[in-house]
Design a protein around this ligand. Structure first.
Ligand SMILES: C[S@@+](CC[C@H](N)C(=O)[O-])C[C@H]1O[C@@H](n2cnc3c(N)ncnc32)[C@H](O)[C@@H]1O
Length: 393
């Protein structure tokens, strides 16, 4: 079938040309993301680290691959336009000049994330209202085809204004990238998957390594490591906002996923050892791994960390141990934190010699309680500035 004039326009303006993208990263994870982008084939000189993440140039099809494969960023934005506006009139005129039908489906509802700094237009709700009206009016009158029966999609539009310079971006991701679509059952205080990945990366975890996850909760470290070992892309089981765009090609995306599927590895030996003292957390993890056939490679057992001897798990090979101990209110007073981390440090020193370790620390000071040589990496998690301690016991 011959492409319609609309399809030709989408090809010419959207899919056939490069755009600026922005990988949004949590504080501390930018370098990890940069590494991932390089590994996925983006050239070094097209990457531009800026506050909050990394800018890069790409066509839309690779952006789908980045959403599918990147483990560390929070989301990927596609830049649509940049312009100056110091009045609503100018803002509306610039927005109306964008052909929104090429970017968005007719049947979508819009959500806005607006920030304005040192700009004449500073009222974020008023900016969002004006922009929404213009875009929805255009979509209503536009020539995109609404797929009958297709559910209305939600599209977030990011508007940033600084000194009257506006940047308009579309969120290509949807739910944050740390949501892998695998962990249906979540325990108390789960770690975000992008952070778990960064810690595994910093500890040099590779496909050949044994992992011990002795305070596993609902198993974020274990599941992330299992995905890495089996070559399962982090986004394989979830959907993305770009799937609703007129420029989205089912065929290209299905091909990308098929290519990924051909690289899947089946692992039938136990290489990941997850344990916890909490029955509910273990039940959640068992359900999560049985949904995705990780049962043969992840061993789940009820154990107190202080009773684990890694020589009983992996007598020949030393591997990686990852710890996300309880902290904050659940652990109570400062003295408890001090003695808990002291005990963890003593246990690691006594029984985990030669193992690489990654441990979450609620404060810089906790490093001294552990008495281990660790490199501290500041991270942000659950609304708190905390640290990942990485080193070798
Ligand atoms: C912050 S949560 C871990 C969350 C986990 N990373 C996740 O993503 O779901 C801390 C876990 O440590 C466990 N825990 C506390 N003391 C323990 C001990 N002595 N041995 C084993 N697990 C312990 C708790 O039951 C809890 O599940």
């Amino acid at each position: 079938m011959k492409p319609s004039s609309f399809e030709k326009r989408v090809k010419r303006r959207i899919t056939g040309r490069e755009h600026d993208f922005f990988a949004v990263c949590s504080p501390g994870l930018k370098k990890v993301c940069q590494n991932e982008l390089l590994a996925l084939g983006i050239s070094e000189n097209s990457l531009k680290p800026i506050p909050g993440g990394i800018e890069f140039k790409s066509k839309l099809a690779p952006c789908m691959a980045f959403n599918l494969n990147l483990r560390s960023p929070s989301r990927i934005l596609m830049r649509v336009s940049q312009f100056k506006a110091d009045s609503f009139e100018k803002l509306e005129k610039k927005l109306a000049a964008i052909d929104w039908n090429l970017y968005l489906p007719q049947n979508c509802s819009l959500k806005f994330s607006v920030t304005s700094k040192k700009s004449r237009l500073y009222h974020s709700d008023a900016i969002a209202q004006r922009c929404e009206k213009i875009i929805l009016d255009q979509l209503r009158l536009g020539d995109t085809v609404t797929v009958p029966g297709k559910k209305k999609s939600l599209q977030t539009i990011y508007i940033r204004a600084e000194k009257d310079a506006f940047t308009i971006s579309l969120d290509s991701t949807g739910a944050l990238l740390f949501k892998r679509g695998i962990k249906q059952n979540v325990g108390m205080a789960p770690l975000r998957e992008n952070l778990a990945f960064a810690m595994l990366f910093w500890a040099g975890f590779s496909k050949e390594d044994i992992l011990i996850d002795p305070m596993c909760g609902s198993g974020t470290f274990s599941l992330e490591a299992a995905m890495m070992k089996t070559n399962l892309p982090p986004g394989f089981f979830r959907s993305f906002a770009f799937e609703n765009w007129p420029g989205f090609s089912h065929k290209t995306y299905a091909y990308l996923k098929k290519q990924a599927q051909e690289k899947f590895l089946a692992i039938s030996e136990k290489e990941i050892f997850a344990s916890d003292i909490d029955d509910m957390a273990l039940t959640a993890l068992k359900q999560n791994i049985s949904n995705h056939d990780f049962t043969r490679m992840i061993d789940v057992s009820k154990k107190d960390f202080f009773s684990i001897h890694p020589s009983g798990i992996s007598p020949e090979k030393k591997g990686v141990v990852m710890l996300n101990p309880p902290y904050g209110k659940r652990l109570g007073e400062k003295n408890n934190i001090r003695s808990f981390y002291r005990e963890i440090g003593k246990k690691l020193t006594a029984d985990f010699k030669g193992w690489r370790v990654g441990i979450i620390l609620p404060s810089r000071g906790c490093k001294s309680y552990l008495e281990l040589k660790l490199e501290l990496r500041p991270i942000f998690h659950g609304g708190l500035d905390i640290f990942a301690g990485i080193g070798m016991v």
